[in-house]
Unconditional design. Structure first.
Length: 110
């Protein structure tokens, strides 16, 4: 009961699907949203691309999570600074801020 789900809508096929042993679940994101009302489905990959690198999609999602559960941005940004190589730092900080901004705007519309 309760909880928040944030889903990147990019499809990533696991190995059993790629090998043909299993089929990718149809509309899995919508099925999850039906089970958990507080679900946000977003194109985090596109948002990360707009920040400079599609591989920062996970950081977009971290920004959304931080906004959803009120984790101070400064704490997350400090962690990003400690963990991300210098060459990717600005893209990752931008991706985090974009995710945070997106979910904050979504929450303000409710």
């Amino acid at each position: 009961p309760g909880g928040k789900v944030i889903i990147n809508d990019e499809r990533v096929d696991p190995l059993p699907v790629m090998s043909g042993k299993l089929k990718y679940p149809v509309d899995i994101d919508k099925r999850i949203a039906n089970l958990i009302p507080d679900t946000t489905i977003v194109d985090a990959t596109r948002m990360a691309e707009e920040c400079g690198n599609s591989r920062a999609a996970n950081v977009v999602l971290v920004g959304m999570l931080a906004a959803a559960i009120n984790i101070p941005a400064e704490e997350v940004e400090n962690a990003i600074r400690e963990m991300v190589p210098a060459k990717a730092l600005e893209v990752n900080l931008k991706a985090f801020r974009e995710g945070q901004k997106y979910l904050s705007a979504t929450l303000n519309r409710l």
